[in-house]
Design a protein around this ligand. Structure first.
Ligand SMILES: Cc1ncc(COP(=O)(O)O)c(C=O)c1O
Length: 236
């Protein structure tokens, strides 16, 4: 007999979500399968950011080979496979350098820190503020909940991290008004994910590029949900 899913009152996992009373033991491609063999077609697809299906043989082979080779060695040493992957990413995109992180929130933390450091290194540490857009989601760390600006994620976690100014979606006037001598960057998802799958119009993205060029700002695209092929192109 397959074990029943652990009920919310019996679970010792932190109750971050109201979990559905179903638990999966394994997966095959698009199928998620419970311990008693019931198959569900997995339209959740890695909750959009991890749309790899389940147990694809190519991925299983690669991960198994790596597990038998070498594990963590830190950034203190060279990593031939990391170099190879980074080079492939540069060749497939606009990028000149790659920084690997453990999560989307950390990728955004890195982008925020880089934008601040860029201006500080040019002698303008006062330029540290980042303009973001209503409905944004950039992660669950202290800085990225402030960047996302959604009250439901901010409430109860002490003073909000300073340095984020939020403007309505697709509103040029409000955006221009929010830019001050302290602004370092604009940060946007080209298609808002948590905000309700809202596409940012192409003309507005072009306008952002122009406004950044006019004001010496950096333009940060959060493609945690839209990148790596998920819109049909490598990046949205
Ligand atoms: C647009 C966007 N940014 C950032 C994140 C945070 O990524 P992670 O959950 O890996 O920290 C997500 C996660 O869904 C996301 O959709």
């Amino acid at each position: 007999m397959a074990p029943a899913p652990v009920s919310a009152s019996q679970s010792v996992l932190v109750p971050t979500y109201a979990r559905a009373p179903v638990a999966f033991e394994r997966g095959e491609g698009p199928w998620a399968i419970t311990a008693d063999g019931t198959r569900y077609l997995d339209f959740g697809a890695g909750i959009a950011v991890n749309a790899l299906g389940h147990a694809h043989p190519h991925l299983v082979k690669t991960l198994t080979e790596q597990a038998g080779k070498i594990w963590h060695t830190s950034n203190l040493y060279g990593a031939p496979d990391g170099e190879r992957l980074a080079r492939r990413l540069c060749e497939a995109t606009f990028a000149e350098r790659v920084f690997f992180t453990n999560s989307g929130a950390e990728a955004n933390e890195c982008a925020i820190k880089m934008a601040r450091k860029y201006h500080a290194a040019k002698g303008h540490p006062e330029r540290f503020r980042i303009v973001t857009f209503e409905g944004a989601f950039h992660g669950r760390t202290l800085a990225t909940i402030a960047a996302g600006g959604q009250q439901k994620y901010i409430d109860g976690f002490g003073p909000k991290v300073d340095g984020f100014d939020q403007v309505p979606f697709d509103d040029e006037k409000a955006l221009r008004a929010a830019i001050t001598p302290e602004t370092a960057a604009l940060m946007i998802e080209p298609i808002q994910g948590e905000g309700g799958l809202r596409s940012v119009p192409g003309r507005f993205l072009k306008l952002l590029r122009q406004i950044c060029d006019e004001n010496g700002l950096l333009l940060i695209f959060d493609e945690i949900q839209t990148g790596v092929g998920r819109t049909g192109k490598f990046f949205a």
